[in-house]
Design a protein around this ligand. Structure first.
Ligand code: UD1
Length: 370
């Protein structure tokens, strides 16, 4: 069987699966394919090192490009890999371009597609990930879901119920497995900020991430968000590990001056263990990331999602997530609310118990024998 990863959020999802394959189903002869969608050390290899993910058996080294170019390039380079290995299935995770590209190649070659983290829907087709989710699920023969809503989403799109398995959340497997190894926030901030770090930590800090095209690719929206962030930092210092896309847009639009003088500490992209430590130490999270919505819920950290929708509604219904959009007044009000609420009990929606990968591998091993 071939397992595919390409971009940063895939790495945390594949880690527990690779472990479970090695421990429970070595006969499946799993090979790891890395498309190279993300390639910088800080977006890529440091995750392999920290998470102990085996070195990929195949590296496609596609790099960046427009969606069409990147997706097409992955398909072109993945096809001969499928021909050479003749796998009995291709397993994909998440919703990035590598996910749909490799699913499409496999499905057209009559190779079964297995999708981990299936059935999530934002109902916003302007998100590239939503297109990737819908199409990947249509092509999949076995669909492992992380939350109950996914069943209805998939059935409504005509997918047979007997293909769907509620396995839980592999990202939370990784969080629970790595929590005791997390890098303390004091160390990460000390390294990044030097002497000034103690000032940041005195009254606590908020953790911010921002990289969705809808938030960072439009100059006016990005300017508004950065101005809001600078204002919020007067209330609570913010730590901002910045995605390369966001950094490039801030430079392109000349917006660096907005947060420059504020109490926003801009860091480069962080490793998994550093991010986990920052998350465990923060008073609240401001984000447009999908993974952080789930991780905040698992840790009981208040999460304000700077989007109009979420494909992960369980984090609102059962967890700490609040959808606030990008309106300044709404963000400010929610920020105050979250600060006064503080941390809540850790919440584990159904099957977010650290054993999702084990369930997937056991089910897959049995299903592939059928
Ligand atoms: C991709 C995923 C998104 C995921 C995000 C996490 C898709 C459609 N999107 O978005 O779902 O949340 O990864 O990071 O697959 N770049 C670098 N170094 C790298 C990788 C990218 O500098 O290692 C820069 C490039 O300039 C590139 C830009 O970041 O053009 C965006 O990268 P890309 O992979 O196209 O999309 P992401 O925004 O990272």
């Amino acid at each position: 069987m071939l397992c595919v990863v390409g971009a940063r959020p895939n790495f945390m999802k594949i880690m527990p699966l690779m472990r479970a394959f090695a421990a429970r189903a070595p006969e499946l002869n799993v090979k790891l394919v890395h498309t190279g969608q993300h390639y910088d050390v800080e977006m890529n290899s440091q995750f392999f090192n920290q998470l102990g993910i085996p070195t990929p058996d195949v590296s496609l080294e596609v790099g960046s490009g427009t969606h069409a170019v990147q997706t097409a390039e992955i398909m072109k380079r993945f096809e001969p890999v499928v021909d050479e290995h003749a796998p009995d299935a291709v397993l994909v995770v998440g919703d990035v371009n590598s996910t749909i590209a490799c699913s499409l190649v496999a499905a057209k070659k009559g190779v079964r597609v297995v999708h981990v983290e299936a059935g999530l829907r934002s109902r916003d087709r302007s998100m590239p990930e939503e297109i990737n989710r819908i199409l990947t699920d249509q092509l999949s023969d076995r669909l492992y879901i992380t939350e109950d809503e996914a069943i209805g989403n998939l059935i409504a799109e005509g997918i047979r119920g007997d293909k769907i398995v509620h396995a839980g959340n592999v990202m939370i497997d990784t969080l629970l497995a790595c929590r005791s190894d997390a890098a303390p926030a004091t160390e990460t901030l000390g390294q990044a900020l030097g002497e000034a770090a103690s000032k940041w930590l005195e009254g606590g800090y908020g953790l911010l991430t921002l990289h969705r095209p809808s938030n960072v690719d439009d100059a006016e929206t990005l300017q508004r968000l950065l101005a809001t962030i600078a204002r919020l930092s007067e209330r609570l210092p913010l730590v901002f590990p910045m995605h390369p896309r966001t950094q490039a847009r801030i430079e392109e639009y000349g917006l660096g001056g907005i947060i420059g003088p504020s109490r926003v500490a801009v860091l480069g992209p962080q490793g998994y263990l550093e991010m986990l430590g920052l998350l465990d130490g923060t008073r609240l999270v401001l984000t447009d990331s999908g993974g952080l919505q789930e991780e905040s819920t698992a840790l009981g950290v208040p999460c304000l999602t700077l989007r109009e929708n979420t494909e992960r509604p369980v984090t609102i219904r059962e967890g700490t997530n609040v959808l606030v959009g990008t309106d300044t007044a709404a963000i400010e009000a929610a920020f105050e609310g979250a600060l006064s609420r503080g941390r809540s009990a850790e919440r584990r929606p159904r099957n977010w118990d650290g054993r999702a990968a084990e369930r997937i591998v056991d089910d897959l091993a049995a299903w592939l024998k059928q």
